[in-house]
Every structure is written in C-alpha cells, then in structure tokens.
Ligand binder design. Structure first.
Ligand SMILES: Cc1cc2nc3c(=O)[nH]c(=O)nc-3n(C[C@H](O)[C@H](O)[C@H](O)COP(=O)(O)O)c2cc1C
Length: 221
C-alpha cells in the first residue's frame, strides 16, 4: 500500500486557492489509480509550523543521549513532520509563489524536516561535501501557482524565481532527487485572462496525468 503525503501551503481558503485545487485533484486521481493509499494531510497554510528558534537549534544539535526533557519537547513537532516524510512514497506540495519565493509556512516546515541525525548526517571526513541525506527513493511533485508568468528556465522572469530552485536545493532532505521533481505551475493568475484559463486547464491535465502515472507506474495515464 502506498503512502501519499499531501502538503498545502496556501494561506487562502479551499475555494479561493488554486494550489489547493491542484493538490485535491492530485489526491483524487492518485486514489483512483491506487485505491488503498494512505493519505497524510499536513496543512501548513492553515496550521503554520512556527519558525525555528535558538531553542530548536540548541536541541537539534545536541545528541539524543544528552538532551534535557525540554529539548525533546521542542523537537516533538519536528519528529512528527519527519515521520510523515519517512512514511511517504510520494510527496505532493501545493506551493503558491509568495514574493518570488515559497510561503514562510512552508519554509518553516523545511527547517523542521531538515535535521541533523534524522534526515541528514554531517561528517567533515567527507571533505567539501560533508552533508549526506538519510532518506531516498521518494517522488516529489510540486503543484504551484503564480500571479505573473515566465518563471520557467529560459522564461522572461526566470531570474526572479526563488521558489523552484529553493525546493530543488532541499529535495534531498525529503528523500527526493532534485532532477526527478515533477513541477506543474499555473501562471497569469493576476491577469485573469484567456492565458490564465489555458494555464489552469493545462495544469489540471498534467496534475491528473502525473497522479495516475505515479499511482500505477507502467500504466499509461
Ligand atoms: C502574499 C502574496 C504574494 C504573492 N507574490 C507573488 C509573486 O511574487 N509573484 C507572482 O507571480 N505571484 C505572486 N502572488 C500571486 C500568487 O502566487 C497567486 O495568487 C497564486 O494563485 C496563489 O496560490 P493559491 O491560489 O493557491 O493561494 C502573490 C500572492 C500573495 C497572496
């Protein structure tokens, strides 16, 4: 049985959020292709993960056997979020572009999941690349929406895109390969014109296809 981790980062309510519509569509079609799937929903848009602070960092960088009780308490949410990632075969992120990057709520989720001794190890004997990820073999799908357009490589606003590169840089903490991330992005939301309508239709089609393909590998969508 597969496990799908659905993460929603839009601050908007269900009926006003394009990314929530895409993650809903993705989960619906994934379940069609793999009916027994366990779906874990983590809604950081509506129930934000708090930013990490000095207590979190102190606790995370203290080895487990030396931790005081408050440290384990401070790491409890991080433990839960990591367990959700560990269980997942497929992670689908619903990510609006906010001020050219990811919503702060999602960045806090990343900061809680990227944890020494849990999702990566750090060893200077590895030379200039001391970080080694712990998890592997997961599929990461990014379902995004943007008010403007042209953020894809080679696009007119590609130089402003601080969202997709940031997710790719951190993908190894979630057990995914940066090169294998499947990204679908609605554009032109702020223009509300025919280009936007086309973009929505195309994104919905891609979302359905990716969901069915990941749910039943080898079966044409
Ligand atoms: C706070 C905020 C910041 C935004 N910043 C950008 C931006 O930098 N670039 C852009 O193209 N669109 C931007 N937008 C538009 C959103 O990306 C767009 O409305 C998207 O559909 C939001 O996702 P959602 O519909 O799932 O909430 C912003 C919207 C909000 C609310």
């Amino acid at each position: 049985m597969a496990t799908l981790l659905r993460i929603d980062a839009s601050a908007q309510l269900e009926d006003r959020s394009l990314t929530r519509k895409l993650t809903g569509l993705f989960a619906e079609h994934f379940l069609k292709g793999a009916p027994g799937t366990e779906v874990i929903v983590r809604d950081v848009g509506h129930s934000p993960v708090p930013p990490i602070d000095h207590r979190f960092i102190h606790a995370a960088f203290t080895s487990p056997e030396d931790r005081d009780p408050w440290m384990n308490e401070r790491l409890h949410l991080s433990d839960q979020l990591i367990e959700e990632v560990e269980k997942a075969d497929v992670i689908v992120l619903g990510v609006p572009m906010y001020n050219y990057g990811m919503p702060a709520a999602l960045k806090s989720w990343v900061d809680h999941v990227a944890r020494i001794g849990r999702t990566f190890s750090f060893d200077l004997s590895r030379g200039d690349y001391p970080i080694e990820p712990t998890l592997s073999g997961k599929n990461l799908v990014v379902l995004s929406s943007r008010g403007e357009f042209g953020f894809q490589p080679g696009g007119v606003r590609s130089h402003l895109n601080a969202l997709d590169p940031a997710i790719a840089a951190c993908a190894h903490y979630f057990g995914a390969e940066a090169d294998d991330i499947q990204t679908v992005a609605i554009e032109y939301q702020e223009f509300k014109d025919a280009r936007h309508q086309r973009s929505v239709a195309l994104a919905e089609k891609s979302t359905r296809e990716i969901a069915l393909q990941l749910a039943s590998p080898g079966v044409a969508a």
